[in-house]
Design a protein around this ligand. Structure first.
Ligand code: PGA
Length: 253
């Protein structure tokens, strides 16, 4: 059975002591209330806090993910972080192709495909983001956009490799804007994505792939979103920076 996943994407937020407080706060909450048996929480802090986060995760209340990785194996790439480094720190997940990286750092589907390859070579599960911008939604192009992103970014993988992938559908117009896709809009495109995967890799692989929703997900709308059959959780930005909000979202299944 595919997992329900709530992943917190902290983006470029929190100083060291604030990060410590946030992780501690989440741990304290989790010690008091258990999440659903099939629910996995993943924290994706900025790189400098990965080790602290991993140390805390020893009690296995949550898994740890990075927010980005370089598409090269190693070498003269000043300021970059490799999949090999993440693996050596026992990081289990990594977000790839977030719309902010596509928009501000020129990430293409081809680059995202290479990042996915590096991660899989190092036994790290990619959380691969896709989603349309507002103009594309208004022109009813969301299906074409998402299909291109998934086909070009992921469909070079074998079925076995694809089994390691988590997808995050994040309509760009809903990220950090307070505008959320309606549960019906989310379900429609999640079902479309699952169908794409089924056509390429078969029903079993499609049924086992967790497809997360992202974009202004908060405690007040998480339940409605997660109640849809093809919405298997969320990639949470702003609301993952608050202990109570994040834990309440994780309890919304
Ligand atoms: P948001 O961000 O929850 O702040 O909208 C989601 C994301 O970008 O992953």
């Amino acid at each position: 059975m595919r997992k329900n996943i709530v992943a917190g994407n902290w983006k470029m937020n929190k100083k060291f002591d604030e990060a410590d407080d946030l992780i501690n706060g989440i741990l304290t909450e989790l010690e008091e209330t258990e999440l659903g048996e099939n629910t996995l929480m993943i924290l994706c802090p900025p790189f400098p806090y990965l080790e602290m986060c991993s140390d805390y995760s020893n009690d296995s209340y949550f898994a740890v993910g990075a927010q980005n990785v370089n598409d090269n194996e190693r070498g003269a790439y000043t300021g970059e972080i490799s999949a090999e480094m993440l693996e050596s720190m026992e990081i289990e997940y990594c977000i790839v192709g977030h719309s902010e990286r596509r928009a501000y750092y020129g990430e293409t589907d081809a680059m995202i495909a290479r990042k996915v390859d590096r991660l899989l070579e190092h036994n790290i599960r990619p959380i691969v983001c896709c989603g349309e911008v507002l103009e594309e939604r208004e022109a009813n192009k969301q299906f074409d956009v998402v299909k291109r992103q998934i086909t070009d970014g992921l469909f070079h993988l074998s079925a076995e490799q694809f089994g390691q992938i988590v997808i995050a559908y994040e309509p760009v117009w809903a990220i950090g804007t307070g505008k959320t896709a309606t549960p019906a809009q989310a379900q429609e495109i999640h079902a479309f994505i699952r169908n794409l995967i089924a056509e390429k890799y078969g029903k079993q692989v499609a049924d086992e792939t967790s497809i997360l929703y992202g974009g202004s997900c908060k405690p007040s709308n998480a339940k409605e979103l997660f109640a849809n059959p093809d919405v298997d959780g969320g990639l949470i930005g702003g609301a993952s920076l608050q202990v109570e909000d994040f834990v309440n979202i994780a309890k919304a299944f």
